[in-house]
Design a protein around this ligand. Structure first.
Ligand code: PLP
Length: 357
């Protein structure tokens, strides 16, 4: 539908910072096109370790592996850890790949509920862990699709649960550079549970380089040994040119990342305020670049709402049901689009709600 405005994509609309582009062109011209070590360029792993320290997350370069996007990191970690029949806890709602990866490996997905504002429902979570005895739980903050972040209080409660129970955590923090709160909280900030935690990060969103396919995972050396077997035989290494690009990004482009974050925050405020004025029930997102309004009061299922919005108002957004059963009655809007596009789309949504409903 060429005349439609799409607010569906999970990729920033910014250009890759020029210095990153130049570093990659230089790397090609200097013939840095060979395999890197399986685990990735040492210098880049050193810079990632340093960058993570700014979030109070401590990993040594030996505990960091470069992957083909966060996607490969997730599949490699799950492949290393999940045996057929193992139970894995996944937030309801979440990025759809967790569910698919676990099923691909013959694992059993157990969804854990979230509160109405998409924060952790800690007491339900504890009950589920006691009853279901899952091997792994997935944490995903800042969240796709809700934009929720982990609060200090929830982080601390989670810490004591993980410390006391026999469970491992895969924490997907691919949107960590896009947090609109003063402080960043992560379960990977505790040293006493670090052997139970695997951290997944990446550069797709941070440097707006989704197609360059570079992510990473961090784990203790024992877990890393197993994950590396999967990574090595699946892909050998992450793309060398992208690694040189990300290295330049971490060295010299963090101010551009900050500019992108501020721009996303402006868009977040704009989209939230417009949706509120139109009459949506919506929670203010605190990170990433998604907002997840409820469409329940309009009397349609998620799919019906999105289909009607597309056909009648020519605006494409994603039905919440795509992110798990808990997403029914919601829709995901990505605000990784220009202010002009966002304004045009919200004008259309406003007219659609006023005229049709
Ligand atoms: C929560 C989350 N994790 C991981 C990914 C994978 O990203 P990539 O493979 O580009 O690093 C995405 C992409 O949208 C995501 O939203």
């Amino acid at each position: 539908m060429p005349e439609a405005i799409s607010l569906t994509l999970g990729q920033p609309d910014f250009k890759v910072p020029d210095r990153i582009k130049k570093a990659m062109i230089d790397a090609i011209n200097e013939d840095k096109t060979e395999y890197t070590s399986n685990i990735g360029l040492f210098q880049l792993r050193e810079h990632i370790a340093q960058y993570l320290l700014s979030f109070k997350i401590k990993y040594s370069p030996e505990e960091i592996c470069l992957t083909i996007g966060g996607s490969e990191a997730l599949l490699a970690v799950f492949t290393a850890l999940v045996n057929a029949g193992d139970k894995v806890l996944i937030p309801n709602v979440a990025y759809p790949a967790y569910d698919s990866c676990i099923k691909l490996l013959g694992g059993n997905v157990v969804n854990y509920p979230l509160n109405q504002d998409f924060t952790m429902d800690i007491s339900s979570l504890e009950n589920i862990i006691d009853n279901e005895k899952p091997k792994i739980m997935v944490l995903s903050y800042p969240s796709n699709p809700t934009g929720a972040t982990l609060s200090k209080d929830d982080r601390d409660k989670l810490h004591s649960i993980i410390l006391n129970k026999n469970i491992m955590v895969v924490t997907d923090e691919i949107y960590s550079s896009l947090c609109f709160e003063e402080e960043y909280y992560s379960i990977s900030q505790f040293s006493d549970i670090r052997d139970k935690v695997i951290f997944v990060g990446g550069f797709s969103k941070m440097f707006s380089m989704t197609g360059l396919r570079l992510g990473y995972l961090c784990a203790n050396k024992e877990i890393m040994k197993s994950v590396l077997k999967v990574h090595q035989y699946a892909v050998s290494c992450a793309p060398s040119i992208s690694q040189y690009g990300a290295l330049e990004g971490l060295k010299n482009c963090l101010d551009e990342v900050e500019k992108m974050r501020c721009e996303f925050q402006k868009r977040r405020d704009y989209v939230y305020n417009r949706l509120k004025l139109i009459g949506f029930d919506v929670v203010m997102p605190k990170g990433a670049f998604y907002i997840f309004p409820s469409v329940k009061k309009f009397g349609f299922s998620s799919e019906e709402f999105c289909e009607r919005l597309l056909n009648d108002a020519k605006v494409a957004i994603v039905p919440g049901s795509a992110f798990g059963p808990g997403g029914e009655g919601f829709a995901r809007i990505s605000y990784s689009y220009s202010m002009e596009q966002l304004k045009d789309a919200l004008d259309r949504i406003e007219k659609f709600i006023n005229d049709k409903l």
